[in-house]
Ligand binder design. Structure first.
Ligand code: HMG
Ligand code: MG
Length: 297
């Protein structure tokens, strides 16, 4: 039997958060419902962040209330602070994620504080997650390069990853936020990280700006990583990471893994349907927003 690899769908959150036009809440819900029919077991549905910072996620509670929850799927959300965590809990999230950066520049732009301050802010969130019995995931952004500070040293990634695991995160997702990672730089990072951190505690989160995300997944597989984040239709980016393109596409990743003999448990035809839905309905919302913008110009 082939070895399992988990695909962690982040399209509804990481994918949509970067879109300028507001995607109607009903379309977000319909997208998540379609993703729930594909065999995925983990879907990051939204984020409980400040709507002033990311207006696209302002409907987080409505999205969580509207989705049809399928058995066996954990619906996760991003929480930047205790307030976000409490809102996530009230909305019935199955899992929360805290997100730090390996670079100071991105930390300040993304969450308006230093790395050290962010870790202090996350400590009570981790405590609350433990008390509530909610699985907590961690993210480390800018694992190879930061749009503000340039190249990032593996030691910086290791420090933040270890801090998040020390707080109780069951897994830390390593984010190539601006998609500049190459098989060489990812290899260099993982060779260093793997000396102190077990691959079962790590996930790969590769944006595809440079078109190398699938190759970077390949390198991570050789280091024993078995969980990868991706977004339906390759949606994505980060509003605070200029130049960041979409996450690696879920369908492309699922096809590549299947072709290499890994077992993702995903139904490729159902993924195609979810991608077609996304391309039709949600792209139409973007077009409507774009034409409204051009009419206003
Ligand atoms: P701040 O401005 O320093 O803090 O933001 P604040 O406490 O002054 O809050 C600002 C306003 O937001 C206040 O409202 C708060 O009440 C409100 P006002 O009083 O002015 O009316 N607020 C909230 N509202 C709702 N939910 C909350 C919340 N917290 C405060 N939880 C803060 C600091 C962290 C809140 C802000 O910077 C923020 O929300 N940042 C999130 C940015 C974000 O979501 N970025 C994208 C996700 S990260 C990413 O994409 C990378 C990743 O994919 C991995 C990778 O690719 O590398 C994960
Ligand atoms: Mg991302």
């Amino acid at each position: 039997m082939s070895e399992p690899v988990t695909i962690y769908e982040v399209g509804p959150r990481d994918g949509l958060q970067n879109e300028a036009g507001f995607v109607p809440t009903a379309d977000k819900i319909a997208l998540i419902d379609r993703l729930s029919e594909t065999g995925l077991t983990r879907i990051e549905a939204t984020s409980f962040v400040s709507p002033k910072w990311v207006p696209q996620m302002a409907d987080a509670a409505e999205v969580m209330a509207g989705i049809r929850r399928a058995a066996g799927i954990r619906y996760a959300v991003l929480t930047p602070n205790l307030r976000g965590f409490q809102a996530a809990l009230a909305a019935g999230a199955d899992e929360a994620a805290i997100f730090a950066s390996a670079s100071e520049g991105f930390s300040r732009k993304n969450i308006n504080c230093s790395i050290a301050e962010s870790l202090e802010r996350f400590a009570p969130v981790a405590e609350a997650a433990r008390a509530a019995g909610l699985p907590l995931r961690g993210y480390v952004s800018c694992i190879v390069e930061c749009p503000y500070d340039g190249p990032v040293a593996p030691a910086a990634v290791e420090r933040v990853t270890a801090a998040l695991l020390g707080m109780g995160c069951y897994e830390v997702s390593l984010g190539d936020t601006i998609g500049r990672g190459t098989p060489k730089s990812v290899e260099l990072l993982l060779a260093s990280l793997s000396r102190s951190i077990a691959p079962s505690l790590l996930a790969g989160h590769f944006h595809d700006t440079g078109g190398l995300a699938l190759d970077n997944v390949g390198v991570a597989l050789t280091y024993g990583i078995r969980t990868f984040d991706s977004a339906i239709g390759g949606l994505g980016g980060c509003p605070y990471a200029p130049g960041a393109k979409g996450n690696v596409s879920t369908l492309a990743l699922a096809r590549r893994l299947a072709a290499e003999g890994w077992d993702t448990g995903l139904d490729l035809a159902a993924l195609e349907r979810a991608e077609a839905f996304m391309a039709g309905h949600i792209a139409a919302a973007y077009r409507a927003a774009d034409s409204a913008l051009s009419l206003n110009r």
